[in-house]
Design a binder for this molecule. Structure first.
Ligand SMILES: *[C@@H]1O[C@H](CO)[C@@H](O)[C@H](O)[C@H]1NC(C)=O
Ligand SMILES: *[C@@H]1O[C@H](CO)[C@@H](O)[C@H](O)[C@H]1NC(C)=O
Ligand SMILES: *[C@@H]1O[C@H](CO)[C@@H](O)[C@H](O)[C@H]1NC(C)=O
Ligand SMILES: *[C@@H]1O[C@H](CO)[C@@H](O)[C@H](O)[C@H]1NC(C)=O
Ligand SMILES: *[C@@H]1O[C@H](CO)[C@@H](O)[C@H](O)[C@H]1NC(C)=O
Ligand SMILES: *[C@@H]1O[C@H](CO)[C@@H](O)[C@H](O)[C@H]1NC(C)=O
Length: 364
């Protein structure tokens, strides 16, 4: 009797697992997906960014919060921390690297988009070897790929070169072309579920506001956001959203969503109290006025977020609390804390997960 019960329980459990929508999550991106854990020599090469561009650990970041909502049993491992065993590969991998750009501007330091793509294809080859081609393909086409780039291209190249008025459209076109090309390459590698993130309002980040804000009043405080910078980011987001829609039409057996984190963060900045925020201007972790002279070097430098809820963690990155609101709004429209509409198009991430046509693959 007991054995029978156990068997039934095991069977029910196996079914519950098999009903889950995806096999694993694979992540590519910049400091929106990596705290520096996956960045070789990050302490040396962080330039003027934070040593700790996120609050505590990778799990405070948006893709990990989404993976949690999906109930994925394993956390994606940083590429440089995994050892190529099948258990680890099938847990999902995070290729992302703090400071990574779309453009390959600075090859000795951060891993740009195409370098991360190369590592993805290395993983595919290993999966082929471990599982055989058929199973590897099923595993890949039932996994979710999450891409989040672009912020650092604007911070590093565009703002640094100060060409804001002259070639903004061409710049966005080049970036979007690269991202769309990479999505296409992933598709050719049998990837079928893709979440592509836009760029958050960089013009509202503390570093931008205090450096470029200009409109400082008597108290030396700047007001609001730097519109010029936000317009650049909006142009990129719009172009990328259109690019993904076009690609989806062509690659109709894939499921792609574009998530507009710009919209989500602006909603929070417009109604901070509604989401439980008090400080929308200062970096929680950083040195100097408003915490933007030097980025976050250690957690000891951080403010107490329980007594003073900040929107911004450091120079350009939001706090975990912001990421939680974004995760809710990306996941579905009816979450308690989500913005009124989902920030993802054409559908919320939950639907991408649940309407899966593919049974998730389980490594035997
Ligand atoms: C860091 O910032 C300083 C002052 O803003 C600048 O002169 C320097 O070039 C920056 N270093 C890097 C590596 O970007
Ligand atoms: C890979 O890492 C896992 C977990 O840390 C460990 O259990 C396993 O022995 C490692 N395998 C090899 C071949 O290093
Ligand atoms: C996923 O891969 C398996 C194995 O190659 C294949 O049978 C299945 O049709 C693929 N599904 C999609 C949607 O590509
Ligand atoms: C960019 O250039 C304009 C005009 O050349 C100048 O007024 C502005 O201060 C510069 N901005 C930065 C961030 O260097
Ligand atoms: C300057 O702007 C800040 C932020 O909007 C505001 O709190 C402060 O009262 C303003 N100071 C003056 C002198 O207008
Ligand atoms: C942070 O603030 C909360 C609420 O005021 C307080 O309970 C907590 O002890 C503080 N934590 C630290 C590390 O100071």
């Amino acid at each position: 009797m007991t054995i029978f019960l156990i068997l039934v329980l095991v069977a029910v459990r196996a079914q519950a697992v098999a009903a889950a929508g995806v096999s694993a999550m694979f992540i590519m991106g910049d400091s929106s997906v990596d705290c520096g854990e996956n960045t070789l020599f990050y302490p040396l090469l962080h330039r003027n960014l934070s040593l700790l561009p996120c609050q505590g650990s990778q799990t405070s970041l948006l893709p990990y919060l989404l993976a949690e909502k999906m109930g994925l049993p394993n956390r994606p491992l940083p590429f440089y921390r995994q050892n190529g065993t099948i258990e680890q590969l099938t847990s999902g991998i995070n290729y992302g690297s703090a400071g990574a750009t779309i453009m390959n501007i600075d090859s000795q330091s951060h891993q740009c988009l195409t370098q991360q793509l190369r590592q993805v294809f290395e993983t595919f080859q290993l999966l082929d070897l471990h599982l055989g081609q058929d199973s590897a393909q099923t595993f890949v086409n039932s996994s979710i790929f999450y891409l989040s780039f672009g912020k650092d291209d604007y911070i590093d190249i565009f703002l640094a070169e100060n060409t804001t008025t002259t070639r903004s459209r061409e710049f966005a076109e080049v970036l979007v072309h690269q991202v769309v090309m990479v999505v296409r390459r992933l598709y050719e590698g049998n990837v079928r579920k893709i979440i592509c993130m836009g760029i958050l309002p960089v013009g509202c980040a503390p570093k931008t506001v205090w450096e470029l804000g200009g409109e400082k009043n008597g108290s030396g405080m700047a007001d609001g956001c730097v519109e010029e910078v936000n317009e650049l980011v909006l142009e990129y987001n719009k172009m990328l959203a259109d690019g993904i829609v076009e690609l989806q039409k062509e690659l109709f057996d894939a499921e792609m969503v574009f998530c507009d984190v710009y919209l989500g963060v602006m909603e929070i900045l417009a109604n901070p109290a509604k989401y439980g925020f008090e400080d929308t201007e200062n970096a929680c972790c950083g040195l100097g006025m408003h915490g933007v002279v030097i980025g976050c070097l250690s957690e000891e430098m951080a403010c107490n977020l329980s007594s003073s809820p900040h929107v911004w963690w450091d120079l350009y990155n939001p706090t975990q609390r912001v990421n939680s609101v974004l995760a809710d709004s990306a996941w579905s429209v009816d979450q308690e804390h989500s913005a009124a509409t989902s920030i993802c198009h054409p559908t919320a991430v939950k639907n991408l997960f649940e309407t899966s046509l593919l049974p998730p693959y389980h490594v035997p």
